[in-house]
Write a new protein. Structure first.
Length: 55
């Protein structure tokens, strides 16, 4: 349930802000941007950068 909420919030931030991936990662409580990248890619099968480019 928590992972689903983090994923939902990360998609919103990637689509509706100009924050870089590190800023999004830290705002969601990830200590390292690489951990956020791994989490996002594991759940979406795409990197956060690629997701943002798909706008």
């Amino acid at each position: 349930m928590i992972a689903g909420r983090l994923l939902h919030e990360s998609k919103i931030l990637l689509r509706h802000t100009e924050w870089n991936v590190s800023e999004i990662a830290y705002s969601l409580g990830f200590k390292e941007a690489t951990h956020f990248n791994d989490f996002f890619k594991k759940n979406m099968q795409i990197t956060p950068i690629r997701f943002r480019e798909m706008k």
